[in-house]
Design a protein around this ligand. Sequence first.
Ligand SMILES: N[C@@H](CCC(=O)N[C@@H](CS)C(=O)NCC(=O)O)C(=O)O
Length: 299
Amino acid sequence: MSDAENNQPSGYVPPKIWCWDADNGGGWSGINRPISGATEEKDLPVGDHPLQLYSLGTPNGVKVTIMLEELLALGHVGAEYDAWLINIGKGDQFTSGFVAANPNSKIPALMDYSSDPATRVFESGSILFYLAEKFGELFPSEHYRRTATMNWLMWQMGSAPFVGGGFGHFYAYAPFKMEYPIDRYAMETKRQLHVLETHFADREYLAGDTYTIADIAVWPWYGAIMNNAYEAAEFLSVNEYKNIRRWVNLIGDRPAVKRGSMVNSTRGPLDSQLHERHSAENFLHNTQDQVESRGGKRK
Ligand SMILES: N[C@@H](CCC(=O)N[C@@H](CS)C(=O)NCC(=O)O)C(=O)O
């Protein structure tokens, strides 16, 4: 039963049938629609390497660039990749080219042209798994360790939407502050953090004593929360999670994680943003501070 007097916004009663309000004032209202598919005919660019990544430096995006940089650091030249920037605020995920790579219109999307026909891979967890299998890395061979890795990979994919789409959305992006959803999702976010805190009390990495794709999946989200994503570190009292802090620093200190976090990033200091990546050289010459000092030219 609706109680219009106590509803938010004041007096709101859900109509019998939901209708789309294209301008509901939320942070992402400009790009969200209740239907899928392309809005514009446009192909995706394709570079020289078999692996073509279409992404943005969000937590879901950097999972993949960290993985690729880790594979390159392990000596897999076949993991060389072109990373193209998909500006989701401008709707690049709705071009016909992107929709062909990912019908779900969300970054990250990967095309692997080393197979015939080319393999399209979407969903960041699926991309991590695909690359781990392709290169035989960062995914333990013993059955029980593989299972532990998959447990935490799937945990991340199922849990983080409550942090991003739930807590982050209502705390930072909703058009006004609502106590009920903020309470609900702050509680769930803290519950998840406590799951990790407990797990890390006697384990170095998520799957035990080795670094795996599970760490690569979980770190961008929960590391971001620990490092003040949504400016909510104080609100969520993240300082109480000492074991997570240890692990966040351990992963964050890896050179491949530092490099991967720069790729397709459009936030933070300009010298930490590499909008496009086509070779390792780009880290030296094409960070955004250098590109802007050359009037927008990439080397
Ligand atoms: N479960 C997906 C989620 C991907 C996702 O939500 N991507 C966001 C950016 S982090 C996006 O592309 N949003 C664009 C949109 O919703 O239109 C994955 O892990 O790949």
